[in-house]
Design a protein around this ligand. Structure first.
Ligand code: CA
Length: 230
């Protein structure tokens, strides 16, 4: 299932490709527009979020932003090489929801995309699994198990959040190291097992028969909690 449809308006091919690849890794479907005209022509296809470069060959990102805002409240993240506060305020004034300054890390951008989508959906910051057995509030960094608060370390929270955001997806230890540290670091992967053990201790009824964090032998782990309907 797609995480959402994203329009990336960016004339620099390399950046557009990189952003597209990272978003697709997270199951977003991505359309790239290299010019303002192209962006405006595909708008009616309907997108969940737009990533908009401020500097385009044929139009200003600001103008496109205003055009979009004439008839749409779609969330917009502006990409800009300008770091001046003034430009940011200007951008937000014409209706962008968030800003990312170039050069940026694609992972950071994807995180902003997700955060913005969650914010837009409102209640999505709070996700619940297995008929309310486990509740996570990502804005408050809080977790409840059977309606009782659970204390997770920031690392444990990060890991659990990554799993909960991707139910059913298998993560290797090295990928999880990346989630925690932001880069791969061989030799750290065994620590993942220790973190998983700690999280299980806090959220599983029976650690030998987990209903949330399942071991995928020879590969890593996956989240098997069932998201509750809103
Ligand atoms: Ca550009």
């Amino acid at each position: 299932m797609s995480s959402g449809r994203i329009l990336v308006v960016e004339d620099e091919g390399k950046i557009a490709d990189l952003v597209k690849a990272y978003l697709e890794k997270d199951n977003f479907s991505v359309t790239v527009a290299g010019t303002g005209q192209k962006a405006i022509s595909v708008l009616k296809e309907g997108f969940d979020l737009i990533i908009l470069d401020l500097m385009l060959p044929d139009m200003d990102g600001e103008d496109i932003c205003e055009t979009i805002r004439n008839d749409s409240t779609v969330p917009i993240i502006m990409l800009t090489a300008k770091s001046e506060e003034e430009d940011r305020i200007k951008g937000l004034g014409i209706g962008a929801d968030d800003y990312v300054i170039k050069p940026f890390s694609p992972r950071e951008l994807v995180a902003r995309v997700k955060a913005l989508l969650r914010r837009v959906k409102g209640t999505k910051e709070r996700i619940s699994f297995n008929e309310g057995d486990l509740i996570m509030d990502s804005s408050r960094f809080e977790v409840w198990k059977k309606k009782l608060p659970v204390t997770l370390t920031p690392t444990e929270f990060k890991l659990l959040q990554c799993f909960a955001d991707h139910p059913g997806q298998v993560f290797t230890r090295l990928q999880l190291v990346n989630v925690i540290l932001g880069y791969d670091f061989e030799g750290y992967d065994r620590t993942i097992d220790a973190h998983i053990k700690n999280i299980r201790h806090k959220i599983e009824d029976n650690q030998r028969q987990p209903t949330y964090l399942k071991t995928v032998y020879g590969v890593g782990y996956k989240f098997i909690g069932q998201p509750d309907e809103d």
